[in-house]
Design a protein around this ligand. Structure first.
Ligand SMILES: [Zn+2]
Length: 458
């Protein structure tokens, strides 16, 4: 019996949801459109429908070779809302609200409008831009999300699941965007954060952004649940992107209510539109816990290991550390990871650490994006030659590593008999992370990490 004709399998694999999910991906290019801004344009064009829940911004595997910028996909739950509604954005002065519940929209009608918007706005000229739209009443199985955030998913596998769900979809060019779109639709948050994104007036896109630095610092210090706002090490405003896209800034945090307040604290250029997203950013969903021997290229992994070779600094200031958990790998700490790299430089063989990072094949290494020092081994230094037990005098050295001999009676003593003292370590146990500016979208900041044992992480 084929999978498609088995109704029981169908019900366990995907879930009917109380909204029509419109998801799209891969519409941007390195120097133009931003997929999140397309969400604003879609909502404007689909204003006859209501949002049934917040718009979702879903980041997928940061190691896929063909990603455009941040590998972001969007999912909008659409229908006719009933009951309480709350504001979650504004498009050129017109408020956007979302409802907690309602009745789903007609997927075919939604898809038709979405196609028109996407065909008008996507950066089709970029080789790497391969848009896709999915419209479905049935949420694809969440295993799809986990595969897409941690590994590589093929278009064929996705289309087969979309067929199971009875979804409608549209591919452009090589159609790869359908993978991200379907994966975003399949996301059921285990952990989640929010981001409020402000967009620029179309006439200003491409010009330098005017954001008042002092107001960003005041917002960072005046809010409790926001993160990645300002980089105090490099004096960099982390809420503003570097690319010439329509985004003015994005503020991330753990409280949607606080983000709405944080938005009003930023001074400078007035945004033309803004939108609050539910996201998987800052969750470490891309990280899998593995033993070193199981690591494969393109993965983002967490490994617990012991340092076996002292740190060495290579060209560019990068630090390489040999680690083992039975199998060996090099842990690479790249510029500009600041205090993380400085901590790595102070480790010695015997220390126990946990590292998170992406796996590279040539040369085989884990490019560390976060480190926890679990245990620091004692560092000993020789303080004096041993004393002869018979003569009570200091013995003489026979040369490096050769041991000792008493100058009076000739008695021999091994190298290990020297008197030693413990030297204080210049690094402490705990978590170390890169500068705010060099963190990936999915990177979970240490302030979001649970306290206690690493085992509670995964
Ligand atoms: Zn002696």
């Amino acid at each position: 019996m084929s999978r498609r004709s088995n109704p029981f399998l169908h019900t366990v694999r995907c879930a009917l949801v109380a909204a029509t999910l419109l998801a799209f991906d891969d519409t941007d290019s390195p120097d133009g459109m931003c997929t999140t801004y397309l969400a604003v344009l879609m909502l404007r064009a689909l204003s006859r429908y209501d949002l049934l829940g917040l718009p979702r911004l879903v980041r997928l595997n940061p190691n896929v070779p063909w990603k455009t910028r941040g590998n972001a996909a969007i999912c909008l739950p659409l229908g006719r809302g009933v009951g309480v509604h709350r504001q979650c954005g504004a498009v050129e002065g017109t408020p956007i609200a979302y409802f907690d519940r309602g009745t789903p929209a007609d997927p075919k009608a939604v898809l038709k409008v979405a196609e028109e918007v996407l065909e008008r706005e996507a950066e089709f000229g970029c080789d790497n831009t391969n848009p896709g739209i999915v419209c479905t009443r049935c949420r694809p199985p969440q295993t799809l999300y986990w595969q897409a955030v941690r590994g590589i998913v093929t278009l064929g596998a996705v289309e087969s699941q979309l067929t199971d769900c009875g979804a409608d979809w549209k591919k452009y060019k090589n159609g790869r965007g359908v993978i991200g779109a379907a994966s975003a639709a399949s996301w059921r948050p285990r952990d989640r954060t929010w981001e409020v994104i402000a967009y620029r007036d179309a006439a200003l896109v491409g010009t330098p952004r005017d954001i008042d630095t002092e107001s960003v610092i005041a917002m960072d210090q005046g809010t409790s649940y926001t993160f990645n706002n300002y980089d105090y090490e490099t004096h960099h405003i982390a809420i503003a992107p570097a690319s010439p896209c329509p985004v003015l800034y994005g503020i991330r945090g753990d409280s949607p209510e606080e983000l709405l307040k944080a938005r009003t604290m930023i001074r400078g250029e007035a945004p033309a539109s803004w939108l609050l997203f539910l996201t998987n950013q800052g969750t470490d969903d891309h990280i899998v816990r593995r033993r070193i021997g199981e690591l494969s290229s393109g993965q983002s992994a967490c490994v617990q290991a012991r340092v076996i070779r002292p740190p060495r600094t290579i060209a560019g200031g990068h630090v390489i550390l040999g680690i083992t958990d039975g199998s060996e790998i090099d842990a690479a700490f790249y510029e500009p990871s600041g205090s993380l790299r400085a901590a790595a430089r102070r480790l010695i063989p015997g220390d126990h650490i946990v590292v998170h990072g992406s796996i590279r094949d040539e040369p085989r290494s884990i490019n560390v994006e976060k480190m926890q020092i679990l245990h620091l081994t004692d560092r000993w230094m020789k303080s004096a030659n041993p004393t002869c037990p018979d003569c009570d005098k200091r013995m003489g050295s026979l040369g490096a590593g050769q041991g000792y001999r008493c100058k009076i009676c000739g008695k021999l003593a091994p190298e290990s008999s020297a008197e030693r003292v413990i030297v204080p370590r210049e690094v402490a146990r705990g978590w170390y992370e890169p500068t705010v500016a060099s963190r990936r979208h999915l990177y979970k900041p240490i302030r979001r990490m649970p306290r206690g044992d690493v085992n509670s992480l995964l």
